[in-house]
Write a protein that binds this ligand. Structure first.
Ligand SMILES: *Cc1c(COP(=O)(O)O)cnc(C)c1O
Length: 379
């Protein structure tokens, strides 16, 4: 099967060379905007491409405010702080995720609570969250939810849309509202994905998106916070630009801020990339369709978008029957110059998160042994 697959992929990407998992595509105004940016001399923390990019991104995600930052991880870190996560709190997330999700929690000196994912979406399971909160949740008079066992406040829930497949947002929002826990969406991978006709990123109090080199749209390195709360949006801008209070000439900083602002040079690239997002989405959808037909004919489960959602097909993947099959698949493809990768190791396996709370992880353990990403670039 792998031989046929390798031929199929080489044919799709029209090359006999090495095929990466996800390479960026520059076919639009990238050079023009970069040149404009350099000619203007505003390449750094001031310049018009940053606000232009933020406006475009808000239009695409249908959110009231976007704030461009240096990467997706910093967006997550600040997002948690914006919804009120403080030292010693707990934050609910999934164990099946990229390490940045958990790191953003740790950067806020909070404790991750690793819950299971849904078997269909591969993202945080609303049932797992509900079961956890029914057992440990304690809604106190101060309006916050506490963990009965540890006594710590549970101050946020951070679902992640794995590979661009949206989580069950309605159900998750219902559970989190019940327990008065704000949601910070890790939409790092899901720009262009939709849940019930609405773009991901617009469901959380705040959400984080990444524009790293391997994401669907890149600006070299970069990220953004998006939100429907103008107050939180303004606070995000303030905190990510050193918390500087406007003054004619004095340097006034009234709380601990960050230098997380996206440079204008990166924003120029991002503006050009965003112009092609729809084309990228269609192009990837076509490849996903081709993969699905191919794998179906081989009796292999290619993961397609789930009910009520539209996936951006950022990274496409198959589910193999067991770990042995998976390892063989990885070995044969990678040794033939076709890059494939297993899904991430579960977060509680990493030394810094080994003592964190985790539930039974039935689905995450199943997926960890079986999911493999296949080359997914725009062609
Ligand atoms: C890429 C990614 C991030 C981090 O984005 P960077 O821009 O690389 O910092 C965070 N979470 C998830 C799930 C990601 O895939």
């Amino acid at each position: 099967m792998e031989k046929e697959l390798i031929n199929f992929i080489r044919n799709k990407f029209s090359t006999e060379e090495f095929i990466p998992l996800h390479a960026p595509t520059f076919i639009g105004n990238e050079k023009k905007y970069l040149e404009n940016c350099i000619d203007s001399t505003f390449v750094s923390s001031v310049g018009e491409y940053v606000s232009l990019f933020e406006e475009k991104l808000s239009a695409i995600t249908q959110t009231k405010k976007s704030v461009a930052v240096v990467n997706g991880t910093s967006a997550l870190q600040v997002g948690l702080r914006l919804v009120g996560v403080r030292t010693g709190d707990e934050v609910i997330t999934q164990a099946l995720t990229f390490v940045a999700t958990a790191n953003a929690i740790a950067y806020n000196n909070a404790h991750p609570i690793f819950l299971d994912v849904d078997i269909n979406t591969m993202g945080l399971s609303p049932d797992a969250v509900s079961i956890f909160l029914e057992e440990y949740g304690d809604l106190r008079n101060d309006g916050f939810c506490y963990n009965k066992k540890t006594g710590r406040r549970i101050s946020a829930c951070m679902p992640m849309h794995t590979f661009g497949f949206p989580v069950h947002l309605d159900e998750l929002i219902f559970v989190c509202n019940k327990w008065r826990i704000p949601i910070v969406e890790d939409a790092a991978e899901s720009l262009g994905s939709e849940y019930k006709g609405k773009p991901t990123g617009g469901f959380g109090e705040v959400s984080a998106i990444s524009f790293n080199g391997n994401k669907i749209i890149t600006c070299g390195g970069g990220g953004a916070l998006v939100t429907n709360s103008v107050t939180l949006g303004e606070k995000a801008k303030f905190l990510t630009t050193t918390a500087k209070v406007p003054h004619l000439y004095e340097y006034v900083h009234n709380e601990l801020g960050y230098n997380f602002r996206m440079p204008n040079l990166n924003a120029a690239l991002a503006c050009a990339q965003l112009e092609n997002l729809n084309y990228f989405l269609e192009n990837k959808r076509e490849l996903a369709k081709n993969y699905q037909e191919f794998f179906q004919s081989k009796g292999i489960f290619f993961r397609a978008e789930t009910e009520n959602t539209k996936a951006n097909y950022w990274l496409m993947c198959v589910e193999l029957n067991d770990k042995k099959e998976r390892d063989l698949f990885l070995k044969n493809t990678n040794s033939s110059g076709v890059m494939t990768r297993p899904i991430w190791q579960l977060m509680f396996r990493l030394p810094m998160y080994k003592d964190c709370y985790k539930d039974e992880q039935v689905n995450a353990l199943f997926l960890e042994e079986r999911i493999v990403n296949v080359p997914s670039s725009v062609r």
